[in-house]
Design a protein. Structure first.
Length: 147
């Protein structure tokens, strides 16, 4: 099984949507994803990393690189929507994707990678811990400000 990882472009958005809708039981439309991608297309700090087999997207994560003015934080990355198509799990694809992400983040002078994951994704958390991620003592807070 040969998997190729790369930074996605606009031509990959529908495949990413299909994968995330399947894995996370989301209902994102192509139109909405295309619109949002286009808004941030030129932002070098918003990346979508994909893994492909025979041109089909089977793995994905979104990387947001954040530069700060604060000592101890400097530049760091936040990952979300880390996923692998169910039938391709248990082949270390997520681990390989995280290695690619780590390299990209190092090239962009990040000092840390943070990862956002829902509590119920226990098998994914096992993968993250094996890779070296350590649970923070922080809580992820959310404030929905839609009207």
């Amino acid at each position: 099984m040969e998997i190729k990882f790369r930074i996605a472009d606009a031509s990959h958005i529908h495949g990413i949507v299909d994968l995330c809708n399947e894995v996370f039981e989301e209902n994102t439309t192509y139109e909405e994803a295309d619109r949002r991608y286009k808004e941030n297309e030129n932002d070098k700090n918003q990346l979508y990393i994909i893994g492909e087999i025979d041109g089909k997207i089977i793995a994905h994560t979104r990387v947001a690189i954040i530069s700060t003015i604060f000592d101890g934080m400097e530049t760091y990355a936040i990952l979300n929507h880390v996923c692998v198509k169910p039938e391709y799990r248990k082949h270390k694809i997520a681990t390989h994707m995280l290695e690619v992400v780590k390299k990209v983040c190092q090239e962009r002078n990040c000092i840390a990678i943070k990862l956002w994951s829902r509590n119920f994704r226990v098998p994914a958390h096992t993968c993250y811990k094996k890779f070296g991620f350590v649970p923070d003592d922080a809580t992820f807070f959310n404030l929905d400000i839609r009207k």
